[in-house]
Each structure stands twice: as structure tokens, then as C-alpha cells.
Design a protein around this ligand. Structure first.
Ligand SMILES: [Zn+2]
Ligand SMILES: [Zn+2]
Length: 363
């Protein structure tokens, strides 16, 4: 028998995990209590700091955000002995402390009255159900304050999208619950595992990224809104005809200067109804109308009736998410007619161009 087993003969790894987790919570509660005392009794000044947050950053090494979170929580807990007590005995953990404190700010008087009940409620529920219970409590306690609280969440919505080095686009943001659900539902509708090709090796994160691009491309292709003048906003590519014909080191970029490879330009130019392609030589700008080959609406309709969905082997993504691919690129002299066109979803259109994947046979 191993020594550790002999010493803790009744404790399994699961028991140990549960015990340690409770101990961690109690230690966190103790840290928060100390932060509150250092803050309230001015110990940070004795230690030579202007604020408790500054002390935490310097002596404990936490980030500025974490330091102000800790101080905010410690100050709030000094006014909520009921929560502090439940925290120090590990009846509730730190995330539950945070949502209880948030609820207390919405309807302070009702919260003081209901503290015991709310602590007991959230200690027995999952985190998700705890949030729901508190949301209902907020509405019951103070309808207008709950609405104000929801408004405040709504006001926090934000989305940042910026081009980073190398032309990658970084997206970061936060949405209110209703807006967020709309986005999640839309993304899920395109990432449903049941609809996926079994050979698909993409990660869930890659699938969500593809879904977002598809949704935006669909918007640019199919909506009649957001019209600027007579034109729908389209992705613009500035590309030399020589590059489309296979020449290297020719101008090949988006209109904001992000450089792309000639093959990517060939793919984007392949279905010109999706992207406005401006073609120019090294010194002269070629006539846009002469240089591009658009797929007219009637021809696209005929193509959709014939193909119905992506024609890549095993893929059934509907036509709405497909490009019209030229079997022989128009830049190589291929014609824009039904015999030379095939529907490919954007992933497979990319696989065929950049990935040099083999095309399916047309029967
Ligand atoms: Zn193509
Ligand atoms: Zn496909």
C-alpha cells in the first residue's frame, strides 16, 4: 500500500478535488477580507502606497483590472455581512459573490431584506440558473431598476474590428443578451455539426470564423439595403490583369492596401458579381467593364437551378452560400456561360483555388 493512500485511506482524488476547491474559496474570501481591511483602515498608506489597488499591483503582482475588481468587491462586501459570511464558509464561491453584489446594486433595500434567501438560493443552483434566479428577483424587487439594469447592459455593447499586421482582421466585442442571442443563433445555424461534411477537420473556432464571413458575404450579395448611390457595397480588389493571368509580383491588393496573393485575387475575381474588381496595368487603369466578367442575374439563376448546392464531392451547402466558379478562369480566356460555371461554397471555392483541390466531375 502506498504511503499517501495509507495516510488518507478514505480520500479519493475526487474527494480531494472537492475539499481543495472549498479551501481555495475560503482562502479567496480571506484575501478579500484582508483587502477590505487594508483599504478601510489605511494600511496601504502605512506601506507607502497611494491606494490599495496600487499596493495590490505592486506587491501581489495582479493586473490593474484585477486589482480594482478586488478592491471593489472587498468594499462592497463590508456592507454585506450576509454575503461575506457565506463566502468565508465557502457556502458560495467567488462568481456567485459577484452576481449577488451586482443584484444588490440594482435594488439595495430589497436586497438587504432578502439577502439570506438569495444566498441560500444561489448556493444550491448552477451558475446559469443562479443568474436567471437573480434576474427574476431583480424584476420582482424593482421593475424599473431591473429595466434600467438591462439598459445599462445594452449600453455596454461594443464591437471592435481592426486590420492587424499581415492583413489579419482582429474582432473583439461584447453584446447585450438579446443581440448576443441573435448572433449566436445565426452562427450556430451555419456550424451545426449535423450539416457538416464528416471529413471536415476544421476546429469549432474556425467554423465560427467561416460562419461569420459567410453571413457577411451573404449580406453583401443578397440584401437590397445599405445601397450607396446605385451600387451595393462590395469588397474591392485592385489587381493587375497580369496577376490574374498568373504573373507574380504584380499589384494585388484590397482597396485599403492589404496585399493578397494572386491566387486569392483569382478566386475573388472568379465570381465578379460578389466583388467589384478594378483591374489596372502597371501604369494605366484598364476599363473596369472591359476587364471584368460578371455573372448576370439570369445566368446565376440558371446555374442555381442546375446545381442547387455546392458541387464539391460530398458537400451540400445551399446556393445562398456559394460562389459561381469559372472552370476555366475568365482571365485565361474562359467564357462566362453555364457550361463553364459551377456552384462552389466559399470553403470549397477556396480549396479549389488556393488549396489546388481537385474539382468534382460534372455529369
Ligand atoms: Zn473560382
Ligand atoms: Zn462546398
Amino acid at each position: 500500500m502506498r504511503a499517501d493512500v495509507a495516510q488518507n485511506w478514505s480520500e479519493t482524488p475526487v474527494d480531494e478535488l472537492v475539499r481543495l476547491s472549498l479551501e481555495v474559496t475560503m482562502l479567496q474570501a480571506r484575501v478579500t477580507d484582508l483587502v477590505g481591511r487594508i483599504d478601510a483602515d489605511g494600511w496601504f498608506e502605512d506601506a507607502g502606497y497611494l491606494s490599495t489597488a496600487a499596493l495590490l499591483r505592486d506587491r501581489v503582482g495582479v493586473s490593474a483590472t484585477e486589482a480594482s475588481r478586488q478592491v471593489g468587491e472587498a468594499r462592497a462586501l463590508r456592507h454585506h455581512a450576509g454575503i461575506a459570511e457565506a463566502y468565508s464558509s465557502a457556502q458560495i464561491d467567488r462568481p456567485r459573490v459577484a452576481i449577488l453584489l451586482a443584484a444588490s446594486r440594482v435594488a439595495p433595500e430589497a436586497f438587504d431584506r432578502d439577502t439570506r434567501l438569495l444566498v441560500d438560493t444561489v448556493s444550491g443552483l448552477s451558475m446559469k440558473d443562479s443568474c436567471r434566479a437573480l434576474d427574476y428577483w431583480k424584476q420582482a424587487a424593482d421593475q424599473s431598476a431591473a429595466e434600467f439594469d438591462a439598459e445599462r447592459s445594452h449600453a455596454r455593447r461594443r464591437l471592435h474590428a481592426s486590420v492587424t499586421l499581415g492583413g489579419m482582421v482582429r474582432i473583439d466585442g461584447e453584446l447585450d443578451p438579446a443581440g448576443g442571442q441573435t448572433v449566436l443563433t445565426a452562427l450556430r445555424s451555419l456550424t451545426d455539426p449535423l450539416q457538416l461534411d464528416p471529413d471536415d477537420t476544421c476546429t469549432p473556432a474556425q467554423r465560427r470564423a467561416d460562419a461569420l464571413v459567410d453571413i457577411c458575404a451573404d449580406h453583401l450579395t443578397h440584401t437590397n439595403t445599405a445601397v450607396t448611390g446605385a451600387f451595393r457595397p462590395q469588397v474591392s480588389v485592385i489587381v493587375a490583369l497580369e496577376a490574374l493571368e498568373g504573373g507574380a509580383a504584380q499589384p494585388c491588393e484590397f482597396d485599403d492596401g492589404v496585399v493578397i496573393t494572386p491566387e486569392t485575387a483569382r478566386r475573388i475575381a472568379c465570381d465578379s458579381s460578389i466583388s467589384r474588381v478594378i483591374v489596372r496595368g502597371e501604369s494605366e487603369t484598364l476599363d473596369v467593364g472591359r476587364a471584368t466578367r460578371t455573372v448576370p442575374a439570369a445566368l446565376r439563376k440558371a446555374l442555381i437551378i442546375r446545381d442547387r448546392h455546392c458541387r464539391f464531392a460530398g458537400c451540400e451547402r445551399p446556393h445562398r452560400w456559394c460562389d459561381a466558379h469559372h472552370l476555366q478562369h475568365w482571365a485565361d480566356g474562359g467564357s462566362t456561360n453555364l457550361d463553364n460555371l459551377i456552384l462552389l461554397c466559399r470553403r470549397h471555392h477556396r480549396a479549389v483555388h488556393e488549396g489546388r483541390a481537385e474539382l468534382p466531375r460534372l455529369e
